[in-house]
Design a binder for this molecule. Sequence first.
Ligand SMILES: C[S@@+](CC[C@H](N)C(=O)[O-])C[C@H]1O[C@@H](n2cnc3c(N)ncnc32)[C@H](O)[C@@H]1O
Length: 354
Amino acid sequence: MTSTKRKPPPPKKPPQARDALRFSFGLRLGLAFVVAVVAYLFTNGANAPNRPAFEVVRIPGKGKGLIAQRDIQQGELLIREKPLFRVPSSTTESPQQLVWKLLQATSAEGQAAFWDLSYVNLPETVTQRDHVALAIFETNAVAAGQQVGIFPGMARLNHGCSSAFNAVYTWRESEQMLYVHALRNISKGQELLTTYTDTKRPRNERRAFLSSHYGFECTCAVCSLDNAGSLASDRRLTSISEFYRYFATWGNGDITGVEAIEAINNIWKLEEEEGYWSERGRLAADAVWIAAAHSDFSAVRSWARLAAKWYTIELGGDSETVLEVVRFAANPKAHTAWNSREPLPVGGPWPSAG
Ligand SMILES: C[S@@+](CC[C@H](N)C(=O)[O-])C[C@H]1O[C@@H](n2cnc3c(N)ncnc32)[C@H](O)[C@@H]1O
């Protein structure tokens, strides 16, 4: 018989030592976590999409305005806002009385937001509250369907011309809500700008309008171009407007579908050169209409895809308008205008439908 001598088990570490080990392991894990979080905040956190996209700040020479607090992506939803109140675009009632009446009917919080807004075009000697209310309304109200409304959040957006504005707003009747989307990528620190008027006109005309209606001399990136740059921009913008007027004559049959689509392509090219990205969904949707009227199946598809892309940026992918053009891309014959003119291949933007 062989005797086997068992090895004694290793001595158990005293409890304090085990706790100390666990503690130091936990400490290292905790430290690693903190380092990872700090690193994330440095690299991505400042741009995390759930961080507010912008803040309201004072901007020299402009009053208040909106500055991007992080990089913003083209098409990002920036503001979704209910109106404080809306008034009809035209009314027989005195605008002053109407604004005053509607203002009185809003909440105390709403009224405070309203009185905080800026106004122009009122002599300092005029201090009656209803006069001031009307001046605030006229300085800040924007189109909202068939009416004009006050939205205290979006009202802080200052103006930029043609290629200078980077945010667009749209009213959703079904939701009774105003949406503001980023028209292009906006870098942290840049100002968010919308446009107060159709800026497809020369600098002197734009400036005259902005000065008389909004009381400021526009010094946006386009208005600040040197003379040669400004002249080139003016020429492009004037040509764009002329092409718009020209292609609209397709409606009375003055030009062919091919000529109308050519005009749209010319607008597209000029806007590309100008850096004017707004209204592209609408323009492509007009091409869809012309192509559908002439029963050009492939052209409807191609333009409808383009319309969907640009409408998504300006209006949001879930807007009814986007869903409608997507339907036309899938089924061109479903378009209201289908086959309402003589059949004709009108042409598309085929290779660059994006
Ligand atoms: C709708 S408000 C915009 C927000 C306003 N800055 C504020 O402080 O509440 C319109 C007014 O802002 C100013 N504004 C807008 N865009 C401007 C610009 N590009 N340059 C200078 N002032 C501007 C003008 O006084 C204009 O009447």
